[in-house]
Design a protein around this ligand. Structure first.
Ligand SMILES: C[S@@+](CC[C@H](N)C(=O)[O-])C[C@H]1O[C@@H](n2cnc3c(N)ncnc32)[C@H](O)[C@@H]1O
Length: 361
């Protein structure tokens, strides 16, 4: 019989009998095989927030440089909390692959799989019900990595529409809104979890003059557009740790929906989990839904991408690659002498300009 100690039954989660946050709970309950619990300074954040809590890049590096604190001598590893651009050797990749291979021995049972996949917004909604307190950190690194976002907030930027997909509690939305000096900016935040949208709307930072928040499913199969967004009207779409919540079967529909709202010449700003990230390799029994696709203890799902996959998904039909980069960082808990290898992907995709038809007069 499978060991289900660390897995909350999908119905338990749906009935709200847990107030788990996503990753912290896993770290507390599972034996981690060298993969540490989060340290106190980040314990109030979920793993997708870890990037913010430790970010040391602000104001130092150009976009897509991913920081410059490079570890040259292994003996120095404990001298700082974080190291950038960490090289992975063959041994390390092999170790990650072995851990992932073990996950196949105990995947999520078929019945539970169907529950998790049939109504993913329910689990996220419960997540926001259980985590109403704003434990997210605002994303100051956005200014560094995606400067176009802030250019759109300048007084003379002209009419611009920014659309954030999977806005959660508004940790990207609010920093942009608060920065805004552009009278012609419209910024729309969408999430398929109604409680997330409520959190955004109820915030004292919410400013309806420029901002709008709405419930919308990026992967809806009816091709519905978000409230407040006209077809082909979005200059900048922001997708931060949202695409990983989709199952691979939903990727194509999501691309179709995205294409319907993007303006020719617009851009998509992307950041999400990369293959072999700490969060992936530490998953234990009964979490594997599909290749590189998992369910967390609270029923929310997560995929871990490679650059090539991302490239194929976005450029197959509609968009053009501008930049794709892998951010490999080593986070260090000096007190406990623990090392945590994080992998994130960051990308910018462009929407082709409309083709000018010759002899169209
Ligand atoms: C990991 S959280 C990230 C939240 C926010 N982008 C941030 O970085 O703080 C993923 C968010 O995406 C939302 N989400 C997941 N799948 C979605 C979908 N198909 N359509 C819209 N939102 C979705 C979830 O409800 C959740 O708020």
């Amino acid at each position: 019989m499978q060991n289900r100690n660390n897995l909350l039954h999908p119905l338990t989660v749906l009935l709200g009998k847990t107030n788990s946050t996503t990753e912290e709970q896993e770290t507390e309950t599972s034996s981690l095989n060298n993969i540490p619990e989060f340290t106190p300074d980040v314990s109030s954040t979920s793993s997708f927030e870890l990037v913010d809590a430790r970010d040391t890049r602000l104001g130092r590096d150009s976009p897509f440089d991913f920081g410059k604190r490079v570890l040259k001598d292994d003996e120095e590893v404990w001298n700082h909390n974080a190291w950038d651009n960490v090289e992975w050797g063959e041994e390390q990749i092999k170790a990650a692959e072995e851990k992932i291979q073990k996950q196949y021995e105990n995947p999520v049972p078929e019945f539970d799989k169907n529950l998790y996949n049939s109504n993913p917004s329910r689990y996220w909604d419960i997540f926001y019900k259980n985590n109403r307190e704003n434990f997210f950190k605002d994303r100051k690194w956005l200014q560094v990595e995606f400067p176009s976002l802030y250019e759109a907030t300048k007084p003379d930027a002209g009419p611009k529409t920014i659309f954030e997909i999977g806005c959660g509690a508004g940790n990207t939305f609010f920093p942009i809104l608060n920065e805004n000096e552009n009278e012609q900016l419209k910024i729309v935040a969408a999430d398929f979890a109604p409680r997330a949208v409520e959190l955004v709307k109820e915030s004292e930072q919410f400013n309806p003059k420029y901002g709008h928040a709405t419930v919308w499913d990026l992967a809806n199969t009816e091709g519905q557009l978000p409230d407040g967004i006209e077809p082909h009207s979005v200059d900048i779409a922001v997708m931060i740790f949202v695409f990983s919540a989709l199952s691979p079967e939903q990727w194509e529909t999501a691309m179709d929906n995205l294409h319907k709202i993007m303006k020719p010449g617009g851009q998509i700003l992307f950041r999400d989990y990369g293959r072999y990230d700490l969060a992936q390799v530490r998953f234990k029994k009964n979490r594997l839904l599909d290749d590189n696709f998992y369910v967390r203890g609270d029923g929310t799902r997560v995929y871990f991408f490679t650059e090539q996959e991302l490239r194929e998904i976005f450029t197959k039909k509609y968009f053009v690659e501008d930049q794709i980069g892998t951010d490999r960082r080593l986070l260090v808990n000096r007190k406990r002498q623990l090392k945590m290898y994080r992998v994130w992907l960051q990308a910018v995709f462009k929407v082709p300009e409309l083709e000018v038809k010759e002899n169209s007069s």
